[in-house]
Write a protein that binds this ligand. Structure first.
Ligand code: SF4
Length: 278
């Protein structure tokens, strides 16, 4: 994971960055090229490198040449897939300039009900999908993260409609991966969240603590969310790499019918599928 920009302006209610940074200052680097020059990759290995752990990868466009520098880095490292993960529709620079084949744009998607209530300053679902379609039309590979999935009134129909819309809008060869994951919070953050967003329905249901001490929905609730989504994604079962995010073997066995024995084997399968589509 490359940490490019510090902090985000999108204000998702569930975003842990609220507790991570003391001030509402967003730092876009001015020397990314120099920082990237220090990154050492083994040419014999394959990498997937995310860029949005502490911000949104496309929110700032090419400010301070960050996208241009990432593209140069990608050209120098064809054994790496660089992921630009976003909830924005800010693809103007990419459409105008093009990007190397090993730079993928990915969108975090949720039904518009969740976008409107919990993802406050993000692009609407329609705008995100239009942006994804626009870059795919330019030959850019895309990915989709249905994460964090949430439980709310009407979730079955809204998630099914969202998955069906994605399947109808894109060809499987355009899509490198799909991930599914449920809302997960550090315990302290969940307590703050309940105080700050008392109107939110997000955590007003049964939760459990994960083996690494985080709060998430009860197993059966997550299982239902995943099964519902995977049923709608069934047309792409063997054509688009689909995986569960931050879930352990029992959930994989239950909803995927198998589990990778190790992270290394997961990475190998992921890379084999993604690089074959570039
Ligand atoms: S877009 Fe991502 S980084 Fe930005 S506020 Fe939302 S969850 Fe946080």
């Amino acid at each position: 994971m490359l940490n490019i920009v510090d902090n985000c302006a999108m204000a998702c209610s569930y975003c842990v960055l609220q507790n991570h940074y003391d001030e509402a200052v967003i730092a876009v680097p001015t020397n990314l090229k120099a920082k990237l020059a220090e990154v050492e990759l083994n040419p014999a290995k394959r990498y997937r490198i995310g860029t949005g752990e502490y911000s949104d990868s496309l929110l700032w466009g090419n400010k301070n040449d960050i996208l241009a520098d990432l593209c140069d880095f990608a050209r120098a490292h064809p054994n790496a897939i660089i992921e630009l993960k976003t909830k924005s529709a800010n693809v103007g620079w990419i459409l105008e300039n093009g990007i190397p084949a090993n730079v993928c744009c990915s969108w975090s998607l949720n039904p518009q009900t969740i976008v409107a209530n919990e993802e406050h300053k993000t692009a609407s679902l329609d705008r995100r999908l239009q942006a994804a379609r626009a870059v795919a039309d330019k030959g850019v590979k895309v990915g989709f993260h249905f994460h964090p999935m949430m439980y709310f009134e009407g979730w079955e129909a809204e998630y099914q409609a969202l998955m069906a819309r994605v399947v109808a809008m894109f060809k499987p060869e355009e899509v490198l991966w799909i991930s599914l994951g449920c809302v997960t919070m550090l315990k302290g953050f969940a307590q703050d969240f309940r105080l700050k967003y008392s109107h939110s329905k997000l955590l007003q249901m049964e939760t459990e603590t994960t083996p690494d001490g985080k709060i998430t929905y009860a197993f059966a609730v997550r299982e239902g969310l995943y099964r519902n989504a995977l049923a709608a994604l069934a047309p792409w079962k063997d054509q688009v790499f689909q995986y569960l995010c931050m879930e352990h073997k029992p959930m994989w066995d239950s909803v995927m019918g198998f589990a990778y024995p190790s992270m290394g084997e997961f990475d190998d399968a992921f890379n084999a599928s993604a690089f074959a589509k570039l």
